[in-house]
Write a new protein. Sequence first.
Length: 408
Amino acid sequence: MSNLKNPVKQINPTYLKDFKCIGGSCEDSCCIGWDVDIDRITFRQYFRTKDSSMRSMFQSYIYKNEYCYSTEVDYGKVRMEASKRCPFLDENCYCKIFSNMGEEYLSNVCSSFPRVTNAIDDYYETSLYLSCPEAARLVLLNPEGICFEENNQPLNKHVLGSIVDTRLAEYSDSPVKFFHLIRKKCISIIQNRNYPLTKRLKALGNFLEILDEKSDFDLASMYNYLNNFDTDNFSDLPEASSSLPLLVSLFQEWTNKLNTFSSIENAQFINYTKLVREAFTLDSGEDIKVKSALYEDSLQRYFEPFLEEYEYIFENDLVNIMFKNVFPFSMTHRMFDGYLMLIIHFLWVRFYMVAFFSASKEASASDAVKLIQVLAKTLDHHNTYMDDLFYELKDCEYDNMEFIKVLI
Ligand code: SF4
């Protein structure tokens, strides 16, 4: 962790400075339902405190983590109550450590969440996890879209996600060395509101597929293509019709595999999944064409009109993921892999939203934001599930635009 007093170069979304935790007014505290990690410095502070009542709580509820992967993150853990609630929350859901001892006694994870910081070359980049409801509202409900700004200020307590130095010799023959230009073009494609979002997603996939092909062959030709790619104009993209039966059968399988009702504890996610399976009769023996007709009906009746007014919610979600996850190198050095993961996320959000709108017979922006937040809290923080889907699609050799374009 860098010295917190020194100014450092930062690039952040402009929304970051407007984020403020709403504490006890939060409808879904981050201290409920998750592991709470304690870094080594904070862990030691807890056991040295002179406040005897707090020390006795620490002795009861803080323990050393034998599976620690980083002493700056999870040296210790909080023993959660049977209800999965953090024992340090008071009856108004305020943190007792914060109220009784001050912010400097919060662990790195507690004080940084929902912020996530990456170190890219000489810059720190901080954005927000949408698993926090207040962050989700701030990021998604901005019709102007996400903008970025540079500053030179001290960095607050943070936990580093990714560390990348694109100037290293190991990247001299890799597209990673062009990361900044590649990401800039990718975000410009997704923010180009002259085209519907699905078309922007297809353009992004085509763009990255071509970059991968060219980089396998000749990095100079890849750079030439990258540099000349016009993110303002991709109208020559071939049209492709989607296959709803394929999409619905995929989700029939994916929601089955998640084993929601036994392995997931988030009650809202379980409710959404029940709605999804009921809305499209996924548990019945009906023909897949009947199930897809139900999906199509809700898509046309509720989702598409909603999209006309609120497409920016989805755009903001995608741009936030791209920035937060070092896109398109989020998974591997193959750019299409980052795209595949982005598409898996998009498909989940859209599928669940179409089902939810079908069940509630109306579409609202607040419901859309809530759903994205719940999916982020459950899926993006799940240890293995999204990675499993990703590798499964790759094993089936579905990691190409021929396949993806019929799902979008
Ligand atoms: S989820 Fe967000 S708003 Fe709620 S308590 Fe946590 S940081 Fe604060």
